[in-house]
Design a protein around this ligand. Sequence first.
Ligand SMILES: Nc1ncnc2c1ncn2[C@@H]1O[C@H](COP(=O)(O)OP(=O)(O)OP(=O)(O)O)[C@@H](O)[C@H]1O
Length: 229
Amino acid sequence: MQGLAAGYGKKRVLHGLDMDLNQGEILLVLGHNGAGKTTLLQTMFGLLRPMAGSIAFEGREIGGRTPAANVRDGIAFVPQGHGIFRSLTVRTNLELGAFAERDAARMPERLEAVFELFPILKERAQQIGGTMSGGQQQMLAIGMALMHGPRVLILDEPSIGLAPNLVERVMQSIRTVNERFGTTILMVEQNVKLSLPIASRAVVVKTGAVVYEGDPAPLTDHVRLMQLF
Ligand SMILES: Nc1ncnc2c1ncn2[C@@H]1O[C@H](COP(=O)(O)OP(=O)(O)OP(=O)(O)O)[C@@H](O)[C@H]1O
């Protein structure tokens, strides 16, 4: 992303933001409430149109492209608050996650890979999604996104509303997705303590611009992090 500006109506939230996402990494995006993190993810995924600047993916400009085109090109987005179909079964949710996969023959292997990663989803395949616990719904949301074999997975606060032990479990799953499938991950997260250990790099966003980009290790120093917030 280069010089990215975005917002709502006349209100600008991102002010010329520059940021790289490298193949194979887990990039953690931190920042205060209202800094523009969700706006950034939504603009990347095509839910918001950039007002200025560029978003390039594998050398091609994708700014302003539709979410459907992004999904077909291997970019998946798990929105804040799970984003599952609450009244449908776990299995149907996963099958719908593969809507962009043109090759139906790949469905069984993808389903098996997701079940191996999250065995609870296999055990509960016939359960109605909305009756699963918060953590299980988050795993289902990630599982849905994996059903079309994305190369890039964008996650908006996957820990929200989860008890600390579940946050740890979800973070480990995200690391496993990255290691096992080689998926590049861009994650916004408020839980700094549990997300920093899995990050390859970190970015701190302040009022719509990047104020830190690099090694996550210095950010484990609470004082240093607070200076950036
Ligand atoms: N649909 C909208 N219409 C108008 N303003 C919005 C809309 N969504 C977000 N905003 C504003 O844009 C700014 C950035 O919001 P955004 O959700 O991107 O922040 P964030 O960094 O993700 O915050 P948080 O950590 O609290 O989720 C805020 O001032 C917010 O009020």
